[in-house]
Design a binder for this molecule. Structure first.
Ligand code: DGL
Length: 262
């Protein structure tokens, strides 16, 4: 494995770009390959079997593109498939999970709220994760499928988004939550709409930066970090056709992009 080989990052769609941006922010010289599985999105309502099949296909594809490490930039894919992927592939595989631990440690009201996909909330991994903290705090969860659609259609900073945020979050605020956990990578892009609803006494917990740090740690540990000074390049892949895909990715990434379809 060579240090200049790219890092593969994937999600069902554009949500994982929030993790991609955190990685770009801390690992500027790394080359990145991002895969948006839009032909099979959303993952949040798919069966574990379909998610496992897609994850295996995508990791295999990213390895064919020469990736030295894989980041599953999707909570739904992580909780369902990371063990299976780690058993099948030998490269470092980093996943993302809802930040229940930091939320439980920070909460003063002892009530925390988690926003995620239906699939994440129903998974065994999520049940195990919450069981570790259920003595410490009350954990309330809400499945937010409309959030994914808002982000995919670039409506995350609109009045419509704020109305949807209110629908999902007001019950959590009424129950006394002082920590709102973003348990889906799409939701990071709704941060400013969420902030309008929760005010200043409630914290938002997002694990994107922690994933980037964990990736850096793993690359260092294995002698795989790209040590050149040059800025890394990005390449984007998707399983769907359409000009709107280029527009969504470029808009959220904040730059022009090169996109190919597989
Ligand atoms: N962004 C993904 C996650 O973190 C999945 C959204 C979806 O496809 O439903 O869970």
């Amino acid at each position: 494995m060579q240090r200049q080989q790219p890092i593969g990052i994937f999600d069902s769609g554009v949500g994982g770009l929030s993790i991609g941006l955190a990685i770009r922010g801390s690992l500027a010289s790394e080359n990145l390959v991002y895969f948006a599985d839009l032909a099979f999105a959303p993952y949040g309502i798919k069966s574990t079997q379909v998610i496992n099949q897609r994850c295996e296909y995508i990791v295999d594809f990213l390895l064919q593109q020469g990736c030295k490490a894989i980041v599953i930039a999707c909570n739904t894919a992580t909780v369902n498939s990371i063990n299976n992927l780690r058993a099948k592939f030998s490269v470092p595989i980093i996943g993302v999970e809802p930040g229940i631990k930091p939320a439980a440690e920070q909460s003063k009201t002892r009530v925390i709220g988690i926003l995620a996909t239906e699939q994440t909330l129903q998974s065994d991994s999520f049940a195990q994760l919450t069981a570790r903290f259920s003595q410490q705090v009350e954990i309330l969860s809400v499945a937010c499928p409309k959030f994914v659609t808002l982000v995919e259609s670039l409506k995350h900073n609109t009045d419509e988004a704020v109305t949807v945020v209110e629908q999902y979050i007001n019950p959590l605020l009424a129950a006394g939550c002082d920590q709102i956990i973003l348990g889906c990578t799409h939701f990071s892009f709704l941060r400013s709409s969420i902030e309008k609803v929760i005010g200043t006494d409630v914290d938002i917990i997002d694990t994107a930066t922690a994933v980037a740090l964990q990736l850096e740690h793993r690359l260092n540990q294995q002698g795989l970090q790209n040590l050149t000074k040059a800025k890394g390049e990005e390449k984007f892949w998707t399983s769907a056709q359409g000009d709107e895909v280029v527009e969504s990715i470029a808009s959220l990434w904040g730059d022009e992009i090169r996109l190919s379809t597989v």
